[in-house]
Write a protein that binds this ligand. Structure first.
Ligand code: NI
Length: 136
């Protein structure tokens, strides 16, 4: 087994708030991330696919095909969007890096041209990233 990773970057805005809470509670828990008009990040996404090397191609997965799937199912939906309102795969969740990563996982897990999705890493800032390896 060998893993292959594709890296992408996208820009998006979000606001962290829980609609079930008061304004005061939201401000207390989310601080600056609760800013009413939102704020933006330049996200870096890493998608790792694991599998066996296909003897005919020498690939685990053709990175051109993987890139196209990521573009269609993730980049076109998230890049230059407001993650609170524009993105169907994030509807009803607080768009934290954790929830964005699991949303991206669900967009990709069943759509890969070859191999198995092993890991999603989402860097929200230089210093903060989350990693998701699927349920269980
Ligand atoms: Ni933020």
């Amino acid at each position: 087994m060998i893993s292959v990773t594709r890296r992408e970057q996208f820009a998006a805005s979000h606001r962290l708030y829980n609609p079930a809470w008061s304004e005061e509670r939201n401000a207390e828990v989310f601080g600056k991330c609760n800013n009413l008009a939102g704020h933006g990040h330049n996200y870096v996404l890493e998608v790792t696919v694991v599998g066996d090397v296909d003897p005919d191609t020498g690939y685990v997965v053709d990175l051109k095909l993987l890139k196209d799937i990521i573009r269609e199912r993730v980049m076109d939906k998230l890049d230059h969007k407001n993650l609170n309102v524009d993105v169907d795969c994030l509807a009803g969740v607080i768009p934290t890096a954790e929830n964005i990563a699991t949303g991206i996982w669900r967009q990709l897990a069943d759509a890969l041209p070859a191999g198995r999705l092993e890991r999603i890493v989402l860097h929200e800032t230089e210093n903060n990233k989350v990693e998701y390896r699927g349920e269980s």
